[in-house]
Design a binder for this molecule. Structure first.
Ligand SMILES: *[C@@H]1O[C@H](CO)[C@@H](O)[C@H](O)[C@H]1NC(C)=O
Length: 213
C-alpha cells in the first residue's frame, strides 16, 4: 500500500515543483528596502541625498523600495489641535521637513517626488527652494504649500517623528540608514560611502548592469 501511495504521489509533487518553478521568473527577487531618516538642512543628509541616494535610485529603482523619512534630530509637542516642532537647524529646517513630508504624501509618482526632494537638497535652502524645484520637476506646488501651512502638514510630520522614535536602535546620526529594516554602524558607514555597492550586495536576484558599472 505504502509503495503504491508513494508512486502515485511522486509524479504529482514533481509536477507541482516544475509548475511553481516555471511560474516564477528567475529575476523576481525581493527589492532591497532602503530606509533613510534625514533632515533638510543637515550637510551630511544633503551629501548623502544628492551624491548617493538619488543617483543610485535613478539607476537601481527597479530593485529598490524606498522608505523616506524627513524628521531627523527634531522633537515636537502638542499645541492645541496641532504640533510645535523644534529642529536641529532651526525653524526653517522644520518647515523644509514638513514641505518634503507633504510632497511625499501628495505626489503620486515616486520618481517625481525623488526629483523634487533631490532638487530641494541640492539647493539647500529647505522650503525656500520649494516653488522653483516644484516647477523644475513637475510637482503641483499649491497643494503642497497649503499642506505645510496647515494642521494636516503638522500632523503628517508628527507621524514621521512617531515612526522614527519607534526604531529599534535609536537614531543618533543623520542620515540614518537601514537596509531591509536592519541597522548596523558598519552598514551606515558603507551606505554613505557607496550606497550602490550596499544595495547590489543585498540584492539576491540577478544583478542589473548598473551594479557592475
Ligand atoms: C496621505 O495622508 C493621508 C492622511 O494621513 C493618508 O490617509 C494617506 O494614506 C497618505 N498618502 C500617502 C501616499 O502617503
Amino acid at each position: 500500500m505504502a509503495t503504491r501511495n508513494l508512486s502515485t504521489l511522486l509524479p504529482k509533487s514533481l509536477l507541482l515543483l516544475v509548475f511553481s518553478a516555471a511560474a516564477r521568473p528567475t529575476a523576481a527577487a525581493d527589492p532591497v528596502k532602503v530606509s533613510v531618516y534625514y533632515e533638510t538642512l543637515c550637510p551630511d543628509s544633503r551629501n548623502f541625498f544628492t551624491e548617493q541616494l538619488y543617483p543610485v535610485y535613478q539607476d537601481l529603482k527597479d530593485i529598490m523600495t524606498l522608505d523616506i523619512n524627513t524628521y531627523g534630530k527634531a522633537t515636537d509637542f502638542p499645541s492645541g489641535d496641532s504640533y510645535v516642532f523644534v529642529c536641529q537647524h532651526g525653524h526653517a529646517e522644520c518647515v523644509g521637513n514638513m514641505m518634503i513630508t507633504c510632497a511625499k504624501n501628495l505626489t503620486q509618482d515616486e520618481e517625481v517626488f525623488m526629483a523634487f526632494s533631490n532638487c530641494v537638497m541640492a539647493e539647500f535652502t529647505a522650503a525656500a527652494a520649494g516653488p522653483q524645484c516644484a516647477e523644475q520637476t513637475g510637482v503641483n506646488f499649491a497643494p503642497v504649500e497649503e499642506c505645510y501651512n496647515s494642521v494636516e502638514g503638522h500632523r503628517l510630520l508628527h507621524e514621521v517623528g512617531v515612526k522614527q522614535n519607534a526604531l529599534e536602535i535609536a537614531l543618533y546620526w543623520v542620515p540614518w540608514i537601514l537596509i531591509d529594516d536592519v541597522f548596523t554602524d558598519a552598514q551606515l558607514e558603507a551606505a554613505q560611502l557607496d550606497l550602490r555597492k550596499v544595495v547590489c550586495d543585498a540584492y539576491t536576484g540577478e544583478r542589473p548592469a548598473a551594479c557592475t558599472a
